[in-house]
Structure formats: C-alpha cells, structure tokens
Design a protein around this ligand. Structure first.
Ligand code: SF4
Ligand code: SF4
Length: 377
C-alpha cells in the first residue's frame, strides 16, 4: 500500500465524518460505557489490521473507520432463514468490540430489530432506497427461494416476493454482502431436495456479491468486511466462492491447535475416550476442518476464548457450499463416504473443486497412514 492509497483513505474517512451519525453518542463513548478503554480499542484495531492482511500502519485508519461506521447506511434484508446470524451478533450479555461496532452501523432497515412495523416499515424501506441510492450497503441474511417465481417467500404488506425485493434493492446498493451460509449458498433451505428452489444471492443478481458464510458467521468476518468497504470503498479480494480471502484464505485445519496430533496420528476414536481427554485430533469423529475454509481456528469466538474444536467437537464445515449435504454425517469422517465435490463443482470453478477433491484424497490417505504409524494403536 503506498502513500497515495493512504491519502485517498484519509480523504474518504474525512468526508464520511462530515455526514450525520445515528445518535448523540460517539463510538468511543459507547465503548467506554461497555468498559472498553482507548487502549483496548487501539489493540482491537491493530488486530483487525492483521486480520485484514494490512500493514500495521493501517491500524489508526481502522480505528477511524470504526468511529465513522455509524455514517454508513445499511439496508438489511431477511429472506429464507432462521435469523440466527442477526441473533448471534445482537444477543450478547458481554458484547465484544466487534458486536458494538456492528450495532453502531447506520441500519436504515432491518426487519428484526427496527421499531417500525407494517406500512410504516415499508415506508422507511422505500425512503432509505431513495435517499441513499448508490450509497448504501445491502446486507442479506437468508437464501432466495426461486421456484415458481419465488412465491414461497413473500415479504411485507404488498406480498412482494423475496426474489423481487432483493433484485430491486440490490439494483440501488453500492455493495452487496451475503451474511451467513444461507444467503451465500442457500443454506439448509437449499439442502436436497431443495423443494423451493433456494439459491444464494450471488446466483440471482447481476452484481458482485461478497459472501461471508458461516452458520452463523463470525462477527469478526462481518465487521472486517464492512470496515474494508468503509476504508477502500470497494470489496476485498475474494476466493472461488466469493469469500474474502482475508477471512477464508486458509483451512480450519491449517491453524488448528490439534494439528500436531493429526500429524502424529493421534485421533479421538469416540467421544469421551482417552484421546478426547488428551485433546487428540477429531478427524475420525467427523471433523471437516481439512475441507473447510474459515478463520475459526485463528480468530475463535466469544472474545477469542474458544471455538468448536477446542470445545471437543469437530468442525462441521458450515462455511462451505452445500455443507448440509456434502459434509454429513457430521460425526463420521468423510473417508467412509463419497465426498460430494460434484455439488461443489456445479457452483464454482473447477480449480477450487479440484483442490478440495485432491485435499480430500490426500487427507484420507494421510489419516490412514498416521493411524498405522501410531504406536499407541
Ligand atoms: S482434523 Fe479437525 S481437529 Fe484434527 S487437526 Fe484438522 S481441524 Fe483440527
Ligand atoms: S469450526 Fe467449522 S462448523 Fe464451526 S463455525 Fe467454524 S467453519 Fe463453522
């Protein structure tokens, strides 16, 4: 990143700062009320810079971007989903800085948390679309039913289909972010036999979409993506499945704390055995970490305290396309089952699918070899 880029970001942040915020309190005040010091905040922005793959000299700019996050108009649509993504971000008895930043973005419309209802809500929505046309970020939670013109999902007093509402809103958005696995790839609604023809957002609109999958996705990945948009006014670099590389560039397996046990051929054979007590690798009880691209093993959850594998259950691959079908059964290794890379093939370019398939074969071979080498067996 050169000085010209930094100057451009500073200019962008300065112009955002001139826009009205959403409340009387600043981000700094809200953080203070929740017990975070300025030092905590700066530590957080430095960690965010690392996560986004930016040089550390960017951390003051990230702090500034977080401070003006209440100037960024956001329209949040709920399509076919369980609201788990919003719930996981909003309902928190001890919020993290990520949650607070998320709560502070300028949410113009959000079915679940806005006070308005019925016609009033519709009016707010139409107003936001007009007032912030070309400037707002559209976040979508939920897959898009497409069968029979999308009539399996209608929203609001006009009974507009989710498909129509999405297309109409996306046409006016500056950027589109799919929050969660349902909006990214269809999620459980799209599981076989997918009776309502649910698709991911990127499959039904003619605009670049950034996918932030997970069931639910990590607050860090959502906030990181939003901060990136605030900083650069553009979407970050993505992988074959439109996921930001900064968050989904590595497999869970690559940075897992149980990896040493995998390499040594030390596996949990069944839950509750000695291997489980000793923190051995969970591959044989179904961990899909070797097939799953996400940063859970690095960023963890709940203020970095833990994550599923640390808690003793394998990763179920929730940030991968079609994981309901391709990763199941969740407590058995894929070695015993045909890995459904064919369904991955159908929605992504062949390179990603080939890598996954080759990785799958190599891992199965390695797991078998490690098991043979393991002197304890
Ligand atoms: S298979 Fe799962 S538990 Fe084992 S090292 Fe890989 S990610 Fe960790
Ligand atoms: S560990 Fe795996 S299943 Fe769990 S949240 Fe991360 S990607 Fe999803």
């Amino acid at each position: 990143m050169n000085e010209a880029t930094i100057a451009k970001i500073k200019e962008r942040l300065a112009s955002l700062r001139k826009l009205p915020g959403i409340g009387e309190k600043s981000v700094a005040q809200v953080l203070e009320e929740h017990g975070f010091t300025r030092r905590d905040f700066l530590k957080w922005s430095a960690a965010m810079a690392v996560m986004l793959g930016l040089p550390t000299k960017f951390s003051p700019l990230i702090a500034e971007a977080a401070e003006v996050s209440d100037r960024l108009p956001v329209v949040w649509l709920h399509l076919a989903e369980c609201t788990g993504c919003s719930e996981s971000l909003i309902r928190n008895d001890s919020p993290t800085i990520d949650n607070i930043i998320f709560n502070f973005i300028n949410l113009q419309y959000h079915d679940t948390i806005m006070a308005a209802a019925g016609w009033q809500a519709e009016e707010n929505y139409e107003e936001a679309l007009e007032k912030f046309a070309g400037r707002f970020v559209l976040c979508v939670e939920g897959g898009v039913p497409t069968k029979d013109g999308g009539e399996f999902l209608t929203i609001g007093p006009n009974a507009e289909t989710g498909l129509e509402k999405l297309k109409r809103t996306a046409a006016k958005a500056a950027a589109v972010i799919s929050v969660g696995t349902c909006s990214s790839f269809g999620g459980i609604q799209a599981a076989a036999p997918n009776p309502t023809g649910v698709k991911g957002v990127y499959q039904v609109i003619n605009k670049p979409v950034i996918n932030v999958p997970g069931c639910p996705p990590s607050a860090k990945n959502i906030v990181g993506t939003i901060l990136y948009v605030i900083l650069f006014g553009a979407l970050p670099a993505v992988d074959n499945f439109n996921r930001p590389k900064f968050a989904y560039g590595l497999r869970i397996h690559d940075l897992c704390e149980r990896r040493g046990h995998f390499d040594a051929g030390e596996f949990v054979e069944q839950f509750g055995d000695n291997g489980a007590e000793n923190g051995f690798c969970l591959y044989k009880v179904g961990c899909k970490g070797p097939y799953t691209f996400n940063n859970c093993s690095r960023e963890r959850f709940n203020q970095h305290t833990s994550w599923p594998v640390q808690a003793g259950h394998g990763c179920i691959g929730c940030s991968e396309p079609d994981f309901w079908d391709s990763m199941a059964p969740y407590e058995e290794p894929l070695a015993n089952h045909k890995f459904a890379s064919a369904s991955v093939d159908a929605t992504a370019d062949k390179v990603g699918a080939t890598i996954l398939t080759v990785a799958g074969v190599a891992i199965v071979a390695h797991a078998a070899l490690s098991a043979i080498k393991n002197p304890k067996e």
